[in-house]
Design a protein around this ligand. Sequence first.
Ligand code: GRF
Length: 201
Amino acid sequence: MNLAVFVSGRGSNLKAIIDNQELNSIINIKAVCSNDSNCNALKLAQSLEIDTYIVPKIQDERAVVSLIDFLQKREIELIVLAGYLKLIPELLVESFEYKIINIHPALLPAFGGKGMYGMNVHKAVFESSAKVSGATVHFVNQEYDKGKIIAQRCVDISDVKTPEKIAERVLDIEHKLLPYVIKKFAQNKIKILNNRVIILD
Ligand code: GRF
């Protein structure tokens, strides 16, 4: 399965995908796209000679069409947002319907939406006094963190003393959950039934 990974930051989820032995034989990362030409994730892709694409700040129709063209030329079958901070334009969502997934560092539908990224999420979870957090992989639609949920994993945070500790525990889960979902996609085991996403064994 041909993959494009969209990134904006450190790239630990990208690295988790690249390093996952099980995925090695079933996926091919054809491109890494970023809105930030200086981010660590993009540097990682460049060091591995993966094709990269800088998503311009102004997402007018021409820019989106050229991004879609770049992705279609590489026969991308799944787009993975791994710490990508920008909204995906409508035309791209329509062109890759049910083929764009995002990892969010909390249990959606709580603690999601605009501005809820990185430490903002973990601080909100900490301040809410929630006793569990986790990671969510969901389909991407036009609204931040609103697409159908594909998979979630929880972690106990009842003993944590800082938001940073929550981030650490959740990140560990993200690095397992995202490769798991990608594998299921590659095996064509993710289906939509009765309006719900199901994952076959
Ligand atoms: C992760 O927590 C991801 O869920 C969130 O941003 C963070 C990115 O981390 N959306 P990395 O760039 O993959 O290290």
